[in-house]
Design a protein around this ligand. Structure first.
Ligand code: BES
Ligand code: ZN
Ligand code: ZN
Length: 490
C-alpha cells in the first residue's frame, strides 16, 4: 500500500473516497459534504460511535467521489488505540466496497503517535488471510494508495509514517505466515521463509538442523520432535546495529510448533485445525526482525525460533518419559501436549549462554491464559520487575494489551516430580503461571519476560477492524521495545 503525506486540504484531493474521523455528537463541518452529515446525525442514522461507518456519494464541495465517515466516539476519549482501530475500520470498509484509492484527513490536533496509529490501522485492516482462496473477496481489490491530509508535513510525521508502514507490514507478514497450514509450513519450510526474509532484509540467518541439535544436546526439543516425520530446526536471525548504544543484547525467542496435535496426550479433534497457529510466537519474532532490519534500533537483537511438529506415532515421546535438558536438569514429561515449554527451555538456556543480556519469549503456551484473560490481553510473566515494566510500557505505546501475572516461588512447588528434577505440568490451577515457572528454570537468571499469547494470536471471528484469523500479536510491542532502547543511564 502506498502512502503520501500532503498538506493539501482533503476537499482538493482527487480520490475514489475521502475519509474523515467523525466524533459522537459532533457532526463534521459543512465543508465536508454540506449538510448531509449533520442530517445523518440528526436522524440518528449515524451517531459517531467507534466502528460505525457511513458513506456519502458524490459529496458536495469535495473532489473525491465519496465521503466515508468513520465513527471515533467521544472526542475527549479518543486515543491512539481508537485511532488505530478507526484506521482499520476505514480500510476494511473501503475494501469491502472495492475502493482502491483513498484520502484520509487527520485532525489538526493529531500528532505523530496518531499518524502512526492511523497508518498501522490502515495496513492491518487491509489484510485478508486469503492466500489459498482462488476467488478473493471483492475480486481481490485491495486498498492501493492512501493520501493523508495533515496541517503541515514535518520530518517528525514523515518518520512516524515510515515506522508505521514498516511495522504494519511486518505484522501482516507475520499473519500470513501464521495462516499457513501445517502441511505447507513444516519446521524446515518455516526455516526457508526465515532465510528468505533475512536475505531480503540484510540480516544474518543460521538454521541449526537435527544432527547439530543432537550434538548440542537439545534433548527436550528433540523429544518433542521425535514423533514427527519432519525434523526439527532452530532458526537464529541476527541484527547488529551500526552504532550500538550499549553492550546490551536482546533475545527474542518464539515458540514454533508448526502443528500441535498434543502428541500421545492427543487433543480433542474439535478445533484442532487451529493448532497450525502454535507457531505464532516464532512468526512474531521473525516479523519483528523484518521490521527492525529496516528501522535499525541501536541495540543488538537476535531472534531464536525452535520449530517442531508435535505428533503421535510409534516414535513419539510417551507420558512418563524422562529427558535431560540442554542445561542439565531432568524433566519428567507427564503430558506430551505441554510441549511448548520443552522446546523453549533448551532455547532460552542457549540464548542466555550465548551472551544475550535481556530475554523475551512469545509463545502460544497455554489454553489457561484465555481462561484468565479472555481474548483481549496476553499474559506477561517475569523474573525481573524493572525489565517487565519496560516491556509493558512498550506494549502500551504500541497499542497491544498485555497484563502481568504473579510469579511467587510457591508456584514452583507445583512442578515437583518424584522421579526427575521437575515435571512439565503443574496440575489444574494457575496453569499459565506454572508454565512460566517451568521456563524460568532455564533462563540462567537473566532478565526475562515470557508472553503467553495463546489468548490473542488468533481472532475467533471477523471484526469491523480485523479479519478472522491470525492477529500478528506481539510484533508491534517487540519492535517498539527495541526501537526505544536507551543508552545506559540516559
Ligand atoms: N499449544 C497449546 C496451547 C494452546 C491452547 C494454544 C489453545 C492456543 C489455543 C499448548 O501446547 C498446550 O497444549 N498446552 C496445554 C498445557 C497442559 C497440558 C498443561 C493446555 O493449555 O491445555
Ligand atoms: Zn500442546
Ligand atoms: Zn502447543
Amino acid at each position: 500500500m502506498e502512502f503520501t503525506l500532503t498538506s493539501r486540504p482533503l476537499a482538493e484531493i482527487d480520490a475514489s473516497a475521502a475519509a474523515i474521523l467523525a466524533f459522537a455528537s459532533r457532526p463534521p463541518a459543512p465543508e465536508f459534504a454540506g449538510g448531509v452529515p449533520r442530517e445523518m446525525y440528526d436522524s440518528g442514522e449515524f451517531t459517531g460511535k467507534p466502528n460505525e461507518v457511513a458513506l456519502v456519494h458524490l459529496p458536495q464541495g469535495l473532489r473525491a467521489r465519496r465521503l466515508l465517515l468513520a465513527g471515533c466516539g467521544e472526542p475527549e476519549k479518543f486515543t491512539p488505540a481508537l485511532m488505530r482501530q478507526a484506521g482499520s475500520v476505514i480500510a476494511r470498509a473501503l475494501q469491502a466496497r472495492s475502493i482502491q484509492q483513498a484520502a484520509v484527513r487527520l485532525e489538526d490536533s493529531a500528532g505523530a503517535p496518531m499518524l502512526r496509529a492511523l497508518v498501522e490501522g490502515l495496513i492491518t485492516g487491509s489484510f485478508q488471510p486469503d492466500q489459498y482462496k482462488t476467488e478473493k473477496n471483492n475480486g481481490g481489490k485491495l486498498l492501493e494508495s492512501v493520501e493523508i491530509s495533515v496541517p503541515a508535513v514535518t520530518p517528525e510525521l514523515e518518520e512516524a509514517l515510515l515506522a508505521a508502514r514498516v511495522t504494519g507490514e511486518a505484522q501482516n507478514w507475520t499473519r500470513a505466515l501464521v495462516n499457513e497450514p501445517g502441511n505447507v509450513l513444516t519446521p524446515r519450510a518455516l526455516a526457508d521463509r526465515a532465510r528468505a526474509m533475512a536475505e531480503e532484509c540484510g540480516l544474518e540467518c543460521e538454521v541449526l538442523d537435527e544432527p547439530r541439535l543432537r550434538q548440542l544436546g537439545f534433548n527436550t526439543l528433540l523429544g518433542v520432535a521425535q514423533g514427527s516425520a519432519e525434523p526439527p530446526v532452530l532458526i537464529v536471525v541476527r541484527y547488529t546495529p551500526g552504532q550500538p548504544a550499549s553492550q546490551d543484547h536482546l533475545a527474542l525467542v518464539g515458540k514454533g510448533v508448526t502443528f500441535d496435535t498434543g502428541g500421545i496426550s492427543i487433543k480433542p479433534s474439535d478445533g484442532m485445525e487451529k493448532m497450525k497457529y502454535d507457531m505464532a510466537g516464532a512468526a512474531a519474532v521473525l516479523g519483528a526482525m523484518r521490521a527492525l532490519a529496516r528501522l535499525k534500533p541501536p541495540v543488538a537483537v537476535t531472534a531464536f525460533a525452535p520449530c517442531v511438529e508435535n505428533m503421535p506415532g510409534p516414535k513419539a515421546q510417551r507420558p512418563g518419559d524422562i529427558v535431560k535438558t540442554f542445561q542439565g536438569k531432568t524433566v519428567e514429561v507427564l503430558n506430551t501436549d505441554a510441549e511448548g515449554r520443552l522446546i523453549l527451555a533448551d532455547t532460552l538456556t542457549w540464548a542466555a549462554r550465548l551472551g544475550c543480556t535481556h530475554l523475551v519469549d512469545a509463545a502460544t503456551l497455554t489454553g489457561a491464559i484465555a481462561v484468565a484473560l479472555g481474548h483481549l490481553y496476553a499474559g506477561a510473566f517475569s523474573n525481573d520487575p524493572a525489565w517487565q515494566q519496560r516491556l509493558l510500557d512498550a506494549a502500551a505505546r504500541a497499542g497491544e494489551r498485555i497484563w502481568p501475572f504473579p510469579m511467587d516461588a510457591e508456584y514452583r512447588e507445583l512442578l515437583k516430580s518424584p522421579f526427575a528434577d521437575l515435571a512439565n505440568i503443574g496440575g489444574r490451577w494457575g496453569g499459565s503461571i506454572t508454565a512460566a515457572k517451568f521456563l524460568e528454570e532455564f533462563v540462567e537468571g537473566k532478565p526475562w519476560v515470557h508472553l503467553d499469547i495463546a489468548s490473542v494470536a488468533w481472532l475467533e471471528e471477523n471484526k469491523p477492524w480485523m479479519a478472522k484469523g491470525p492477529t500478528g500479536f506481539p510484533v508491534r510491542t517487540l519492535v517498539e521495545l527495541a526501537l526505544s532502547w536507551q543508552q545506559p543511564g540516559a
